[in-house]
Design a protein around this ligand. Structure first.
Ligand code: TEU
Length: 546
């Protein structure tokens, strides 16, 4: 397995990145137009969320043909040009493989519905009657995880939307079909793959009701998942490409096995525990203030745990499923710039491979929608109804969506202060966030003090400094819930990273040696005053280099 410790990945949600033809939808030619912007940021790979043929019930994560480009996004020729033009700029493409399920409009599922038993065995069908669900499992998008097909007298499993039917990975024919997809895109010159909810692919031999939860404990990190990932990586020869597994409701031990080089499964893992510290009782749809101590403990567990197990973390705050981190853990108003930069440094200087989600590099915020008519995400629309059914008022339900909806991260990229933030000359498919005149790329790329320039510096430091890309990590100030602090060390190099997670001034004890260290990076002017301790200003981040 290759070493991606000095690399940085930029995630593009094509539907919202750049629209080249004025239909209000982002497309591949729009991405081609912005490749110089991405090259200048200094990133190495571009992860595109799915642009394959899809009915778009889950914005492309319901794939109907893995080897064809959905006309909404462009043509195969556009994709081939994007791959070529990206290569010219040192940008490798990483495509998103949604292998846990297909769209019910996929040819395979249509043949299954028509009664073809070969293709029924591509999915998880269970004989039954309409009055008795095979199990009481719940879909992650709300409602039961099974759908009854009267014409077949069978139920099929869908852990996500009803139009996303789970594939049967125990069937070697399915595994072979998916290997062909990898070969197809490898041959096109793609340099990496993200595997969507790939730790859910191995279902249990016996399906049983879950009286403790929603069923995820039976199918997450399932019985054959490691075997299947080893087989996929081995048989497609992708062990030296950058591969990242999205691991839903996973464990540290499994993520060590998924990403330790000697296992030859994935290069790295996305895990999400650090993004649930504001879920009341673990429920995304019940709000609470972020638990900063829990956040610190989770970072310590996963950073030191993966270090000891030789695993490798993907480092991220944002993606197309998560609210914008500056709104969630920072301060959008008084300390917008400082908190956006502190949050960036807090993970970019850790051990792992950082991911920047489109717009994060300019401090884009949540959408602040005020009406259900503004939302498009299937998960959000389902849970809005569920919240009302639970007795929440419309205002309460909208407040939950404003904080938690995936649409918060899917608003059009804010390129400029022009109409539609320069994203489209047509009406955007999703409303632009109203602060685009203040927060946009054009206003920041030439400003050496901007959030964009701070991210650019973080990316370049990872390439310059072995202590960042290869160094060990040890956490400091473990019991101080206001500060996320750690030491990185590599040979005779040392870096002390101090992050004030709050909007108040905090002082941390300083080791005497730090007085001789120099400030490598910070989001405030001036040096670090080191007396008995270091006083950190609101949302201040400081990196002290030996
Ligand atoms: O997400 C998996 C996943 O678990 C998320 O849906 C997450 O649980 C949820 O958004 C948090 O509330 C992947 C993709 O990233 C997501 O966009 C897809 O909707 C999902 O899989 C199904 O393919």
């Amino acid at each position: 397995m290759a070493d991606f410790s000095s690399k940085v990945v930029y995630q593009i949600y094509p539907k919202s990145f750049m629209d080249s033809n004025g239909d209000g939808l982002g497309d591949l030619r729009g991405i081609i137009r912005k490749l110089d912007y991405l090259r200048d940021l200094g990133v190495d790979y571009l992860w595109l969320t799915p642009v394959f043929v899809s009915p778009q019930n889950d914005n492309g994560y319901d794939v109907a043909d893995y080897c064809s480009i959905d006309p909404r996004f462009g043509t195969m020729e556009d994709m081939e040009e994007l791959i070529r033009e990206g290569e010219k700029r040192g940008l490798g493409l990483m495509l998103d493989m949604v292998f846990n399920h297909t769209s019910t409009e996929h040819e395979w599922f249509q043949k299954a519905l028509a009664g073809d038993e070969k293709y029924q065995n591509y999915y998880i069908f269970k004989e039954g009657t309409p009055d008795k669900l095979p199990t009481n499992w719940q879909s992650k998008f709300g409602g039961p995880a099974w759908e009854y097909v009267p014409s077949l007298g069978k139920w099929y499993l869908h852990l996500f939307d009803v139009t996303q039917a789970d594939l049967n990975w125990d069937n070697p024919e399915v595994r072979d079909e998916l290997k062909k997809v990898i070969f197809f895109w490898k041959d096109k010159g793609v340099k990496g793959f993200r595997f969507d909810v790939v730790n859910l692919i191995s279902k249990p031999a016996v399906f049983e009701d879950d009286y403790e939860g929603d069923g995820r404990r039976f199918y997450s990190d399932g019985p054959h998942v490691h075997e299947y990932l080893k087989e996929l990586t081995r048989d497609t020869g992708i062990e030296d490409m950058i591969t990242v597994g999205e691991m839903s409701s996973t464990t540290l031990d499994n993520c060590i096995r998924y990403s330790a080089p000697q296992e030859k499964e994935m290069s790295m893992c996305f895990s999400f525990h650090h993004l649930k510290v504001d879920y009341k009782d673990g429920d995304k749809w019940r709000l609470m203030e972020p638990d900063r101590m829990a956040l610190k403990k989770l970072f310590e567990k996963w950073q030191t745990g993966m270090q000891e197990g030789h695993g490798w973390n993907a480092l991220f705050w944002c993606n197309h499923d998560q609210p914008r981190v500056v709104s969630r853990l920072g301060d959008e108003s008084k300390y917008w710039k400082e908190s956006a930069e502190m949050l960036a440094a807090s993970i970019h200087l850790m051990r792992g491979t950082p991911y920047i989600y489109q717009g994060e590099e300019i401090g884009m915020t949540n959408a602040h929608y005020t009406s259900i008519s503004q939302y498009r995400d299937v998960e959000s629309l389902n849970y809005y109804k569920i919240l009302l059914d639970q007795g929440k008022t419309e205002e309460e339900a909208l407040a939950v969506l404003a904080a938690r909806s995936r649409d918060n991260s899917r608003t059009p990229m804010q390129w400029s202060g022009e109409e539609n933030a320069g994203f489209s000359e047509g009406r955007p498919w999703l409303e632009v966030t109203s602060n685009y005149k203040e927060i946009n790329a054009q206003a920041q790329t030439e400003d050496g003090e901007s959030v964009y320039s701070f991210y650019k510096r973080l990316v370049s430091l990872r390439k310059e400094k072995n202590v960042i890309s290869k160094g060990s990590i040890e956490f400091l100030e473990k019991e101080n819930e206001d500060v996320l602090a750690y030491r990185r060390a590599y040979e005779d190099e040392e870096l002390i990273v101090l992050n004030n997670l709050t909007g108040k001034e905090v002082t941390v004890p300083a080791e005497s040696a730090w007085a001789g260290y120099h400030k490598l990076l910070g989001n405030y002017d001036g040096g670090a005053e080191i007396k008995e301790g270091i006083t950190l200003r609101p949302f201040e981040t400081i990196a002290l280099e030996k």
